[in-house]
Design a protein around this ligand. Structure first.
Ligand code: EAX
Length: 323
């Protein structure tokens, strides 16, 4: 210890900080703002990790896709150049194919159903598939049920969506399903989406209310239809480079923190669903609340033939049957 530090040790606080280990800073990234659902969930996770490790681990937040699109961020987590990403499942199936089944449109009846599946054996088994692909899945978080927006017209039934060029996530399960609605799916990374809507490269997009709010899509889209055509799960993913260095006790802290983060994120999704639609309306969006869900489900039937082939009809049924 330097002499100056020794002198400073006469004051207890200084002394403690002189001996304290420098905290490890974890880079965490997500697509939307810090006050959005992803930011709220990530903040709770980070606070819990900091508390549970007595300050040995802290986070640095990269909101608003500052570290790139979700696919890029997942790749970076896999490589270890980024520590954490709180991401939708959009591109995740390209890394861990077992995830794809939960991206099937109209698979989940409502939030209770979706959350029960994710928290139950089916969802937990999927999390266990990640390590063999070089990623650690700490917990399910949540993006929310996706709704369609566009700049052309009200969408009540699939015929209204026909011919609309809609940005989708880089997700084949979604794209196969949306084609049956008559949409022309255009996959694109999220950071490019606002500009594409603004320039009219695409007519529309689909995202949960918290994302539509946070990304201010009301500035470039005037029609919102509450189609809730697919549940969009999300995940808190950690780099194995970090995980493998953690003690067993710290691993527990991280997993428990991720679960708490996920719970907070879901709560924020609920709040946005409850209050956000009126906000979007006030901001100028025309909202279609009464969508012909049966017509959309009927249109989707041909896609389900493909889903059954790919995932097994019995596996899909196992998810539908969860009550
Ligand atoms: O995860 O790409 C998307 O539309 C996602 O829903 C968004 O990035 C939030």
């Amino acid at each position: 210890m330097k002499l100056g530090t020794l002198a400073a040790c006469l004051s207890l606080a200084f002394c403690a900080s002189a001996f304290a280990q420098q905290p490890t800073i974890l880079k965490i990234g997500y697509a939307t703002t810090k006050d959005s659902h992803y930011g709220v969930g990530s903040t709770v996770f980070c606070d819990e990790v900091e508390k549970g490790t007595q300050g040995r681990y802290k986070c640095q937040h990269f909101a608003n896709s500052a570290l790139g699109g979700e696919r890029e961020q997942i790749e970076a987590v896999q490589l270890g150049t980024q520590d954490l990403v709180n991401t939708s499942t959009g591109p995740v199936g390209n890394f861990v194919p077992e995830v794809k089944i939960v991206d099937i449109p109209f698979l989940f009846r409502d939030y209770d159903h979706a959350r029960k599946v994710m928290d139950g054996p089916i969802g937990q088994d999927i999390l266990a598939k990640f390590p063999s692909k070089g990623i650690v899945a700490l917990a399910w978080t949540e993006n929310g049920f996706r709704h369609m927006t566009n700049s052309k017209r009200d969408i009540v039934k699939p015929e209204d969506a026909k011919g609309l060029k809609m940005r989708t996530m880089e997700n084949k399960v979604h794209m196969d399903g949306y084609r049956t609605f008559g949409i022309l799916p255009t996959p694109m990374a999220f950071p490019e989406l606002f500009g594409a809507l603004q320039q009219g490269t695409v007519d529309g997009q689909e995202n949960p209310i918290p994302v539509i709010l946070s990304a201010k899509f009301w500035q470039v889209q005037n029609h919102l239809s509450l189609t809730a055509h697919v549940y969009s799960p999300a995940l808190l993913l950690l780099s194995p480079r970090v995980w493998n260095k953690l003690s067993d006790a710290d691993k527990k802290v991280f997993v428990e923190a991720a679960r708490k983060g996920g719970a907070a994120q879901r709560k924020k999704v609920n709040e946005d669903e409850d209050n956000g639609i009126a906000v979007l309306e006030k901001d100028g969006m025309k909202v279609v609340r009464k969508v012909d869900g049966d017509a959309f489900r009927e249109a989707l039937k041909p896609a389900y033939v493909g889903y059954a082939k790919e995932f097994g009809a019995d596996n899909i049924k196992k998810i539908s049957d969860v009550r």
